[in-house]
Design a protein around this ligand. Structure first.
Ligand SMILES: Cc1cc2nc3c(=O)[nH]c(=O)nc-3n(C[C@H](O)[C@H](O)[C@H](O)COP(=O)(O)OP(=O)(O)OC[C@H]3O[C@@H](n4cnc5c(N)ncnc54)[C@H](O)[C@@H]3O)c2cc1C
Length: 652
């Protein structure tokens, strides 16, 4: 039975007919959304010399963090890039218009790496250097993305991408230096975190078993939350978790016992090998294979844990090397006598702003363009309102031009002798050119071959191999947290469900921002998923997942969220029609930088130059930054690579 808008009764039960804000469409959002597809009427026609096209960013209503609906790589942000990839862009682009602008440095990409590169360049050359940053999205920060919800008279702040300052490797002196210059005191984090909030109210990590995968919908205590989950720091299993799990988990009885021995016993499963031989063996097998063939667990254990690695690796345990699993702290290795020095050792260097590392991007913007972000501390930045109209002012030495996709980067003449680089970019349906003494490509490696045709073929091939891992980070605004309270959950691992992780955010209050505390407070729930295709090599899994993400509509994601929360929290009285107030789905078809694995990338064990080393070589006046350039999906790497790239062009 459908209503006049095509909703059947199931949809109505889920609340699909409810009016929540879904401002992801181009019509009716005139001044809020952005990018290449944005109606060109929002951009002033034509330019005066030395003038950027005036666009929607100058409107007082332009405030991307408050947009809901499809965010992350939002509609309109990638069309120019994809048509460049397909070879159709220049057919309809028309002749580029020269803005007449000249800079010392143009940076392609306004993520942490691009912003850090601008910061380093200014330090190296003096504050007067003229820098332009081009960014295809309607906001700066790249993966470091801020999401805001308005609920009654309060604002809830969430992260749409990069979650925290953390890394499996120690932060370099350079990366730590930036953190300190921004005024972030990593060691002070515990004072902002209400560590006891969930535990003291009996909320513990849970596993949701769904009936399609496990035969029954059931919410069961998680006795052994795996490291890597977002609320891992608070993920302390409940006191009766093992009893509950062993009695209730809807998997084979042997599998339940296997989970218990895997997580609790300290056994050497390869006693015949010395530590070095063990490392060599484990580097060549997946964690799934280790569990099945070495530990000898029941097949249900693999079904249970297949997706547990999504948040850390962007693929399931079929594609994660057992050594990487051991380094991350997955169970099964405690009695193996392995060198634990590689363990996820940086949890003591950890900091989470309510908007994740978007606050770090905002602090960098404050350093580069102080008038765009008022305030003067690393805590007042949390609630400071960015003034987007100030990002691209002709009088400012540093300018950030949003909604602008670089489509061609070439030397003005021979790369060895040229004194300038010309960059063409698409904005508001037109193409413009700008010139600079140098260019840093702080965008995504796989985009660079399309941008920069003059690069050597071998370098282009290496750049193209950086297949990023796709991710979906959805924020869901709930009327209150009563259902979490009643079901006793604070985070839920949901193998088999659409979103595999459902987390109440870390309860962090900072500056003027106070996180929700009471059961009746509105709540931002974070749900995540790594679209992939188990059984394939990771690069192919990422390609398949990326296609899936690009072709999934917001409506489908919304329906999946409503269904999943209804089934998971229903026993706690949750009603999706009543309790869901807004949804923001941050899709990242190009998410984590591709990280090398001993399972798939033979140079990891055999040595030799890695693709990222080949890919990041400077070329004439062009240098390459971004986290792909170090093949590590972490903020410190984005900063390290920016530092190297700036050193190459300034001959530091
Ligand atoms: C969902 C998610 C969660 C993450 N969580 C963490 C975490 O908790 N901790 C951590 O350390 N790291 C995390 N990461 C890794 C994150 O990628 C890095 O920390 C870091 O933010 C990468 O910065 P970057 O500048 O190299 O890349 P990006 O942030 O991707 O920035 C590059 C920018 O360049 C733009 N661009 C690309 N092509 C063009 C073009 N032609 N013209 C103009 N602009 C272009 C892109 O759109 C993008 O905005 C996460 C990543 C994702 C996707």
């Amino acid at each position: 039975m459908h209503d006049s808008r095509g909703h059947d009764s199931k949809d109505r039960e889920l609340g699909m007919h409810r009016k929540i804000t879904r401002r992801d469409f181009l019509d009716g959002v005139a001044v809020t959304a952005g990018a290449a597809l944005m109606p060109s009427g929002l951009f002033a026609a034509g330019l005066g010399a030395g003038q950027a096209a005036v666009g929607p960013e100058t409107s007082p209503n332009y405030y991307p963090p408050a947009l809901t609906g499809m965010r992350g790589s939002h509609p309109g942000s990638f069309d120019a890039a994809h048509s460049l990839r397909d070879g159709t862009f220049w057919d309809s682009a028309g002749k580029p218009e020269d803005t007449g602008e000249t800079y010392d440095l143009i940076i392609v990409g306004g993520g942490i790496s691009g912003l850090a590169a601008a910061h380093f360049y200014r330090k190296a050359t003096g504050g007067k250097a003229r820098i332009l940053i081009l960014e295809n999205h309607d906001d700066f920060g790249g993966h470091a993305k801020r999401n805001e919800f308005r609920a009654g008279n309060r604002t809830l702040i969430g992260y749409g991408g990069t979650y925290s300052i953390e890394s499996p490797e120690p932060y370099s002196g350079v990366a730590k230096g930036v953190i300190e210059e921004l005024g972030i005191e990593v060691g002070s984090f515990p004072k902002y975190l209400d560590r006891d909030l969930y535990g003291s109210r009996g909320r513990v990590p849970k596993i949701f078993f769904d009936k399609e995968t496990f035969g029954a919908d059931k919410l069961v205590d998680d006795p052994y939350p795996f490291p890597g989950g977002e609320t891992f720091d608070l993920a302390v299993a409940g006191p009766d978790a093992w009893t509950h799990f062993l009695a209730e988990a809807p998997i084979d009885e042997k599998a339940r016992k296997d989970v218990s021995r895997l997580c609790r016993e300290k056994k050497d499963y390869l006693p015949e090998l010395n530590a070095e031989q063990k490392q060599a063996r484990l580097a060549r097998m997946s964690y799934a294979k280790f569990l099945t063939e070495v530990v000898g667990v029941h097949a249900d254990v693999i079904r249970l844990y297949q997706d547990v690695s999504f948040s850390e690796f962007g693929v399931g345990i079929d594609a994660v090397a057992a050594t990487d699993a051991a380094d991350t702290g997955y169970p099964g290795f405690a009695g193996m006598g392995l060198d634990a020095s590689g363990l996820h050792n940086e949890r003591n260097y950890f900091f989470h702003f309510p908007d994740g590392n978007a606050s770090m991007a905002r602090l960098l913007v404050r350093k580069l363009i102080p008038q765009a972000l008022p305030g003067n501390s690393a805590t007042d930045v949390v609630t400071a309102k960015a003034n987007y109209a100030k990002l691209d002012e002709a009088t400012s030495p540093v300018r950030i031009r949003l909604n602008s996709t670089a489509v061609r980067v070439k030397h003005a003449g021979d790369a060895a002798r040229a004194t300038q680089v010309e960059i063409a970019y698409a904005r508001g349906g037109k193409v413009y050119t700008v010139k600079a003494g140098h260019c840093i490509l702080a965008c995504w490696n796989m985009m660079i071959p399309y941008l920069c045709e003059e690069l050597p073929d071998a370098q282009k091939e290496a750049l193209a191999s950086a297949q990023k891992a796709p991710l979906l980070y959805s924020n869901v605004l709930l009327r209150n947290s009563s259902a979490f309270h009643k079901t006793g959950a604070n985070s839920i691992y949901a193998p088999g469900s659409y979103h595999t992780h459902v987390d109440m955010d870390l309860p962090v209050s900072m500056g003027e921002y106070h996180c929700p505390r009471a059961a009746e407070d509105p709540l931002d729930v974070h749900m995540s998923k790594a679209p992939c295709r188990a059984g394939l090599a990771p690069r192919d899994q990422h390609i398949a997942g990326r296609m899936e993400l690009y072709t999934t509509t917001f409506e489908t994601i919304e329906r999946k969220i409503r269904e999943q929360l209804a089934r998971t929290l229903g026993p706690g009285g949750f009603d999706p029609g009543r309790d869901i107030l807004a949804i923001t789905a941050n899709r990242w078809p190009h998410g984590y930088a591709y990280e090398y694995s001993s399972l798939w990338d033979k140079f990891v064990l055999e040595g030799g130059e890695t693709p990222c080393e080949k890919a990041r070589k400077p070329y004439g006046r062009i240098a390459i930054a971004n986290s792909d350039a170090g093949a590590r999906a972490y903020t410190d790497e984005a900063i390290n690579q920016a530092w190297r790239a700036v050193g190459e062009i300034t001959k530091r």
